[in-house]
Design a protein around this ligand. Structure first.
Ligand SMILES: Cc1cc2nc3c(=O)[nH]c(=O)nc-3n(C[C@H](O)[C@H](O)[C@H](O)COP(=O)(O)OP(=O)(O)OC[C@H]3O[C@@H](n4cnc5c(N)ncnc54)[C@H](O)[C@@H]3O)c2cc1C
Length: 397
């Protein structure tokens, strides 16, 4: 591809947010090119692996617009009840347990838990089939320069691309954010999340179960049939120790962590571990550049907000770009980027600050915080309007 290639937007990063954005723009004929080191054009739908994401109703609505939702739905499971168990003492008799049923706030389910690889593959296949999207897989952005009329992006194979706007959907270490000189607030929780898929002998009954333990939360999230995904947070040194166990010993440790609530478990994917950080870019735009998803914000997995927030970025930016294009405006103009920055600021700040606060609250074992956590959960479990309010807050967009 040469510099003369003409695209309306260049998207650096072909994860779920980047591909979703390309497909939303393609609905109105806007042409985008998606760059990613992964071989995007070769993606096929195989079996679920590794991590999953709990997608809330607002994200499902966005994904339905891309046309891939029906293809992925058989791989997801509804989350009808959220069960929170305070297990600070590691002793069943001292556990405090509360159920939050979606039906209490008039919903059939809070969201759908979906394997990340299935969703991303479905999006890549749809993007490959759309004439307005070009997939530039097996390549990475190495640099870019901007001028009054557009942005020129350089790829590692020596080619360059040109468009009025560059969108960074290239993850927590976003090269576009870094090269734009956008500063970030950053926090390392000193914890890691071990993730894997499991098969179990008892039904999960579409209940997502979250244990709060001294090392961090341990969550079992339903998938179709007798399968679930696991997000197991521990201090990083402890997580490394668990990751080093043999498959047999790791499964046994996992079995203990589940409190045998799902019967006998077997591992159905290799465990992976990911350090937990929080990050928030000071600005979400620069000259002819817009940041979305983890390039703009990284949240801890607690509350399952990260991808949901990312899809709201993408939905908002797509609407702004489409409106600008339809009125004949320059889609990379400063006024367009300022609108995006303004519209996303409060949602990103509120989610980022509240998720950070919640993560610190459930991860610390200082007595006052510990007591506050248990009292809070007990109070919420006893006072129904409080419980309803907590659920509505969690679902609020
Ligand atoms: C354990 C865990 C559980 C989670 N569970 C949930 C959940 O239940 N619900 C939820 O909403 N969120 C959840 N999240 C958050 C969610 O996974 C992330 O928000 C989401 O994956 C971020 O997507 P992204 O595209 O920004 O980043 P990524 O998925 O990291 O994608 C970035 C892409 O950019 C590409 N890239 C990197 N460098 C370059 C370059 N130089 N040029 C071009 N491309 C490049 C990468 O290859 C990658 O494909 C969870 C996160 C974790 C860690």
């Amino acid at each position: 591809m040469s510099k003369s290639s003409s695209h309306d937007v260049i998207i650096s990063g072909g994860g779920t947010p980047g591909l979703t954005l390309a497909l939303l723009l393609a609905q109105t004929g806007l042409r985008s090119v998606v760059i990613d080191p992964a071989p995007l054009s070769q993606f096929t739908i195989s079996s679920p692996e590794g991590r999953t994401s709990a997608l809330m109703q607002s994200s499902i609505a966005v994904l339905k617009q891309t046309g891939v939702w029906d293809m992925t739905l058989p791989y997801g499971a509804p989350l009808e009840i959220l069960r929170i168990i305070d297990d600070s003492f590691g002793n069943k008799t001292q556990q405090i347990e509360t159920n939050f049923p979606a039906c209490n706030i008039g919903l059939d389910f809070f969201g759908i838990n979906m394997p990340n690889n299935i969703l991303r593959s479905a999006l890549a296949i749809a993007a490959r089939q759309h004439k307005a999207t070009t997939l530039c897989g097996s390549s990475r952005l190495t640099g870019f320069s901007t001028d009054d009329f557009g942005v020129t992006v350089n790829l590692d194979d020596g080619t360059s691309l040109r468009a009025p706007l560059l969108i960074a959907a290239d993850g927590r270490e976003s090269p576009v954010r870094e090269k734009s000189g956008i500063a970030c607030w950053h926090h390392d929780y000193g914890q890691s999340a071990i993730t894997c898929l499991i098969h179990h002998s008892s039904s999960h009954q579409n209940i997502s179960t979250e244990f709060h333990r001294p090392g961090g939360p341990f969550t079992l999230v339903p998938l179709p049939g007798n399968t679930s995904s696991v997000v197991w947070v521990e201090k990083t040194a402890d997580a490394d120790t668990f990751m080093a166990l043999s498959r047999h010993n790791f499964t046994q440790a996992l079995q203990d962590r589940t409190d045998s609530r799902l019967g006998r478990i077997t591992l159905s994917s290799d465990p992976q571990s990911c350090p937990l950080i929080a990050l928030r870019a000071r600005n979400f735009t620069a000259r002819r550049v817009a940041l979305v998803a983890e390039a703009a914000h990284v949240l801890s997995p607690l509350g399952a907000q990260g991808l949901n927030l990312s899809l709201r970025d993408v939905d908002c930016l797509a609407k702004i770009i489409i409106k600008a294009a339809q009125t004949g405006m320059d889609i990379g103009a400063q006024s367009i980027l300022a609108t995006y920055e303004k519209q996303r600021r409060s949602d990103i700040w509120v989610r980022s600050i509240s998720t950070d606060g919640l993560t610190r609250l459930v991860s610390h074992n200082h007595r006052p915080l510990h007591g506050l956590r248990r009292t809070g959960l007990k109070t919420i479990s006893m006072i129904e309007p409080l419980k309803v309010m907590a659920m509505q807050q969690g679902m609020a967009v």
